[in-house]
Write a protein that binds this ligand. Structure first.
Ligand SMILES: Cc1cc2nc3c(=O)[nH]c(=O)nc-3n(C[C@H](O)[C@H](O)[C@H](O)COP(=O)(O)OP(=O)(O)OC[C@H]3O[C@@H](n4cnc5c(N)ncnc54)[C@H](O)[C@@H]3O)c2cc1C
Length: 453
């Protein structure tokens, strides 16, 4: 759907923020997402300046039969956003820290790097993931797999209140008490139930953090992955390890000595003292001479740089699968299909250790629920040229086929790139989400990146 020139003008009169339509010279710069391979085509883009703009845009969309989406950073973009009135919330940057109450209230445009920077030195934290460029709100609506999640669970489950604009264009504060089912759905069911203006989240203690990345030549990969399996089998909830096998492209965001070569790495974060961490990580020190050893006491705002992910928009295809185990058999199958050292269209395999509080089930949790599987495997390739799409897709299928015995068949909403929701939620959770959607937005005026089907 597109807006007529008159409708764009009408919307401009209704909101304070900038409205960019297809006729504007910077339309092509404004309409895109972080995932450069998506030729995203919303109906119009609105840079909202606050709740009033969201209210006005929602009522406008309702009057004219349009659908509304929020897309602050585009890290989770899917084709579902096409044709919508696309709200950019980048101006909603308020961060209110209340250490006495143990909560933080953040606007819908706040990125993790900003929240972490605001909390440095307080000894408290929220639950950041690997990337500082994603927004706190978008991440928490989809669950939120944090470095600290083995200790404290998914970020969605730390939310105390959402301030949102509902499908009728009214402002609403949603808490466990005000609307338990909607509050449940918002905590992991995605952006389908309201346009969030701000979120209030519990803080957790994080007075000391030790972590960083160790990198080894790819020849060490078997030993590194075995050590990863061994440490994670008995790690305390304070320790989180992610293992990597990387076929690093020759691109500027890769540090110079590692560019253009296969390497293996372990990222670690420990919520506690250096000596305790070093004792737990001692087996890694025995693996052999690393190419790089970045383990150190780190401030909170360093955790979103450990995984060294690209911060600039990138074109790539990534698949995420949950693994039922990570033992010698799956390790050998992975090395067999990845063929480290050989040319490959895939550039990364990342295994995140889950378990701990992620796996603890509790009736108070939101739609994100708990995660039974102890590991998440992410793998994919960079689309340096569009022609790589075919080979990357074929290679992704090959990895899935090879690892099929260990893949649970379920993925996580935040890591889904448009897979059917049946792969994310159980039938019961889907039905419950559908019921909330029917009640709060019967005309489906609000659309998230993963529509409830
Ligand atoms: C490089 C990279 C690293 C990542 N690392 C992690 C990680 O460690 N842990 C993890 O859990 N996830 C991770 N993710 C996934 C990421 O958390 C999701 O893609 C999340 O949806 C991003 O939110 P965003 O707002 O930044 O992105 P957007 O694409 O801008 O938003 C995603 C969706 O969130 C919803 N949304 C956002 N804001 C609002 C709002 N104000 N109101 C209503 N709905 C809204 C909408 O449905 C929107 O389509 C990563 C993604 C990338 C690309």
């Amino acid at each position: 759907m597109t807006l007529s020139a008159e409708q764009v003008e009408e919307l401009r009169k209704l909101v304070d923020g900038r409205v960019i339509g297809p006729e504007d010279p910077d339309w092509d710069d404004e309409r895109g997402a972080w995932h450069l391979q998506l030729d995203q085509r919303p109906a119009v883009v609105v840079h909202v300046t606050g709740a009033d703009d969201i209210v006005a845009a929602m009522r406008f969309a309702r009057r004219h039969g349009f659908v509304v989406s929020a897309q602050p950073s585009g890290h989770g973009a899917t084709a579902a956003i096409n044709g919508t009135v696309l709200l950019r919330t980048g101006a909603l940057t308020s961060i209110e820290v209340d250490l006495a109450a143990g909560v933080v209230r953040v606007g819908a445009g706040v990125r993790w790097r900003d929240l972490n920077a605001a909390l440095v030195g307080t000894g408290m934290s929220s639950l950041p993931g690997s990337n500082g460029d994603t927004t706190v709100v978008g991440y928490a609506l989809g669950g939120g797999l944090s470095w600290f999640g083995r200790k404290y669970g998914q970020a969605a489950n730390t939310v105390r209140a959402f301030q949102l604009v509902n499908a009728y264009g009214d402002e609403q504060r949603v808490t466990r008490e005000s609307d338990p089912e909607l509050f449940w759905a918002l905590r992991g069911g995605g952006g389908e139930f309201g346009i969030v203006v701000s979120v209030e989240m519990e803080l957790v203690p994080a007075p000391q953090i030790y972590g960083g990345r160790m990198v080894w030549p790819v020849e060490q990969v078997r030993e590194v992955l075995r050590t990863f399996a061994e440490i994670t089998a008995s790690a305390p909830d304070e320790l989180t390890l992610w293992a990597w096998l990387m076929n690093l492209p020759d691109l500027p965001f890769i540090p110079e000595p590692l560019r253009g070569r296969w390497v293996t790495a372990i990222d670690a974060v420990y919520l506690g003292a250096e000596d305790e961490a070093e004792e737990l990580l001692a087996p890694l020190r025995a693996v052999g001479q690393p190419l790089d050893d970045g383990l150190a006491v780190v401030p909170l705002n360093a955790v979103t740089t450990i995984a060294q992910e690209p911060e600039e928009p990138t074109a790539g295809l990534l698949k995420a699968v949950l693994l039922k185990s990570f033992d010698e058999d799956v390790l050998e199958a992975l090395l067999d299909v990845a063929a480290p050292g050989q040319p490959s269209p895939l550039f990364l395999y990342e295994i995140r250790h889950l378990g701990g509080a992620f796996a603890r089930s509790d009736a108070s949790l939101g739609a994100a629920g708990s995660i039974d599987e102890p590991y998440l495997l992410l793998f994919g390739g960079i689309l340096a040229v569009p022609e790589l799409a075919g080979p990357i897709a074929v290679a992704i299928e090959g990895v899935q086929a090879k690892l099929a015995p260990w893949i649970s068949g379920r993925t996580l909403l935040n890591f889904s790139s448009g897979e059917p929701l049946a792969e994310v939620f159980t039938p019961e959770v889907r039905e419950r989400l559908r019921a909330v959607k029917r009640r709060v937005d019967p005309q489906a005026i609000i659309r998230g990146n993963h529509p409830i089907d």
